[in-house]
Design a protein around this ligand. Structure first.
Ligand SMILES: Cc1ncc(C[n+]2csc(CCOP(=O)(O)OP(=O)(O)O)c2C)c(N)n1
Ligand SMILES: [Mg+2]
Length: 669
């Protein structure tokens, strides 16, 4: 790969002539003055928290955004003020956000390091290093799905090129030939560590070139070279020729953040960086080529200061947010309709096939649904759940690299741009390598945007113990997801629910995680394919008995039911409440079932006991139904162990029917 493949044959003079350097200078100056003003406001305690100024790096957003159209999008990092302003975010909204005001672009929810302004093409900043790149891929997919032919620019630091998600994103973008321009702002430092220490034997753009992206490195003072490279990269993306990578070498004129004393940095390094300021370089060009005089420059400077001051003063007068809104916009909170009983009429079908039917129906009824994941398309999935979709729906289902962060990030980016991705993570254990994209990214979309943007994405995965599954392929991790506000999670325990809950998830406006059970995939049951689409949420009473209730979910529900049948032979009549959804939790059904079952409760799950969702169930009962409890609640889960592969050792820890029966008897003593 020719590392200079983004440099076109156009002459420097031709490019210079077609570029409004004064407008560019104004833009850079405005960003610089805005940053300096923000720092000043921080010094006098008008701003809370850390600031990451882009002073020295203004040239990158100012040049590149200028080359974008209205159909294009930008994603940046916590050092993203310049990108947002270049995209057109009004200065007053910018200051108001950083000042934590109601009139800020996100009403004070984003602050300096995490604001988003999609209405100005700025998908957002990101405070997680490297996390924006996978999302940029999805935004590119989404823009092109809605027919905008948009190009996505995502900016990140030199340090981010050491992050796994960055590499996954580059690999994914090239595999899918996505219209993304990856812009690395190399300021030589990642916080307090020089890039030379962590990337000793290669260059940053060479890394990207190694994946097959056209890649180039440009000095930020070489404004014409930067424009040339960016134009070429944008043109490549726009014409369907895929992603590319531009490294821009820029100085970091200040510390990593506002309070950084930079004791780790030599004076030589600081002055070397100061000597490379692109703003000063551009001033010299403007003077040398006679475009402006010193007085002209001074005038532009005074104009910029005035504009910035006026906006800052106005923002400071803006009202603070109403504290009662702090809990709003976490999830959609539509009331859950009553969940119908399991159907007695319908078609008998296996659990895995029922999920497959839900996916096919979604493909038929929602053109915006796309599916992707590892082995899901041609092979039909590791467990066959996505079989027979590729042949009818073509590229709407595709196989991805083994890159879980890239998969989830792409799903997120696509979901906020008009698509409805339904992606598969092969085993819930594998979610752990990409949890950021759910917890720090997807869960925040509605919140940050004050409900103006949502992320309607579905993640399917499966979990649990089966004979021979090792400690890395047998965990039950639902409590980790249920812990995160902004995510919804459900665990179907029957074929009907494998169908109905997946359909509900696909119809939901928020990120929903459906945890299927590998052990159940071949189990058959009646499925009502004609039933109306349910809402996400709602528990189901699977058995009614007045002596005690077993509260459970997922595949171990069948153990609860079998235990109840056996206990009935002893004259103990037990209810079984299948919670189905842990988030949102059907608290009314829970309390109702406890009251109707003499207040004797067993909470049963396959997950380890400590920190399992059973603890949450017990806490809710203690808070809301303490007087209804007949005695201590019995909690039965996997003991706090790792799971062995040997079936004998597995059976030794799995909550068996006998243990469940014993737990129920214990509530009656
Ligand atoms: C995943 C993650 N790890 C660590 C951090 C802490 N952190 C914030 S900024 C930063 C340095 C990143 O350097 P670089 O990518 O070069 O960007 P720059 O700050 O120079 O713009 C680090 C380590 C983080 N926010 N996210
Ligand atoms: Mg850096």
């Amino acid at each position: 790969m020719n590392e200079n493949s983004l440099i076109t044959a156009k002459s420097v003079d031709e490019l210079a002539a077609s570029t409004d350097l004064v407008a560019l200078y104004r833009q850079m100056l405005l960003i610089r003055e805005a940053e300096l003003k923000v720092l000043e406001l921080r010094r006098v305690d008008e701003v809370a928290g850390s600031l990451h100024p882009c002073v020295g790096q203004e040239v990158v957003p100012a040049t590149i955004v200028n080359l974008l159209g209205l159909q294009d999008r930008v994603l940046a990092t916590y050092r993203g003020h310049g990108w947002a302003l270049a995209c057109g975010l009004p200065l007053e909204m910018f200051f108001a956000e950083i000042l934590g005001r109601k009139t800020g672009i996100n009403g004070g929810r984003g602050g300096s390091a995490y604001f988003t302004a999609p209405e100005y093409r700025f998908v957002g900043e990101n405070s997680i290093v490297g996390a924006g790149l996978p999302i940029a891929n999805g935004v590119a997919m989404g823009l092109n799905f809605v027919g905008d032919q948009g190009v996505v620019v995502t900016s990140f630091g030199d340090g981010a090129t050491n992050q796994g998600s960055t590499h996954e994103a580059l690999v994914f973008a090239i595999a899918r030939n996505l219209p993304v321009v990856f812009v690395c702002e190399n300021n030589d430092w990642s916080e307090m560590t020089p890039i030379s220490e962590t990337v000793p034997k290669t260059s940053l753009h060479a890394r990207a070139a190694g994946y097959g992206l056209p890649a180039v490195s440009v000095d930020g003072r070489n404004i014409i070279g930067l424009i040339d490279a960016a134009r070429a990269a944008i043109a490549l993306a726009r014409s369907g020729d895929g992603p590319s990578f531009i490294e821009v070498r820029v100085p970091r004129l200040l510390g990593h953040y506002n309070a950084d004393l930079q004791l780790y940095r030599s004076e030589e390094d600081k002055s070397e960086h100061t000597s490379r300021d692109p703003l000063r370089a551009l001033e010299e060009v403007l003077i040398e080529n006679g475009t402006l005089t010193r007085t002209g420059l001074d005038q532009l400077y005074e104009d910029a200061v005035k504009i910035v001051d006026t906006a800052a003063v106005a923002a400071m007068k803006a009202p603070l947010p109403d504290p009662t809104t702090a809990t709003l916009h976490v999830s959609s909170n539509h009331a859950t309709k009553a969940v119908p009983p399991l159907p007695s009429q319908g078609k008998e079908i296996a659990y895995g096939l029922a999920a497959n039917r839900a996916l096919i129906l979604a493909m038929d009824s929602h053109p915006e649904v796309v599916m992707f994941g590892e082995d899901v398309a041609t092979a039909g999935g590791n467990f066959g759940v996505t079989r027979n979709i590729r042949k009818n729906y073509g590229e709407r289902i595709f196989d991805t690299p083994i890159s879980e962060s890239a998969i989830l990030g792409a799903a997120l980016g696509a979901s906020i741009t008009g698509m409805r991705p339904v992606v598969e993570i092969m085993w819930s254990d594998f979610l752990m390598v990409a949890f950021d994209q759910l917890v720090n990214q997807a869960a925040n979309v509605r919140f940050i945007s004050q409900g103006t943007l949502t992320a309607p994405m579905v993640v399917r995965m499966q979990q649990g113990i089966t004979p021979g599954s090792c400690a890395q392929h047998s965990q039950s991790l639902e409590a980790l997801i249920a812990h995160i506000p902004g995510l919804k999670v459900g665990l179907p325990s029957t074929p009907d629910d494998a169908f109905a809950m997946l359909r509900a998830a696909i119809g939901d406006p928020d990120p929903v995680i459906i945890i299927e059970s590998r052990a159940l995939y071949l189990d058959k049951g009646i499925v009502d394919f004609d039933a109306p689409v349910q809402d996400v949420g709602g528990a189901r009473l699977r058995r009614v008995g007045g002596d005690a209730v077993i509260v459970t979910w997922g595949r171990i529900t069948s153990t609860a039911l079998e235990s109840a049948e056996q206990l009935a032979l002893e004259g103990i009549d037990v209810s079984v409440l299948d919670l189905r959804w842990l988030s949102p939790l059907d608290e009314e059904a829970l309390i109702g079932a406890v009251r109707a079952s003499s207040g004797r409760v067993v909470v049963l799950h396959e997950a380890n006991e400590t920190g399992g969702f059973g603890g949450e169930v017990v806490a809710r009962l203690a808070q809301r139904a303490f007087d209804d409890l007949a005695g201590p609640v019995q909690r039965l889960g996997l003991p706090d162990v790792r799971v062995a592969a040997s079936p004998v050792l597995q059976q030794a820890v799995f909550p068996s029917v006998d243990r469940v029966k014993e737990a129920v008897r214990a509530t009656m003593r």
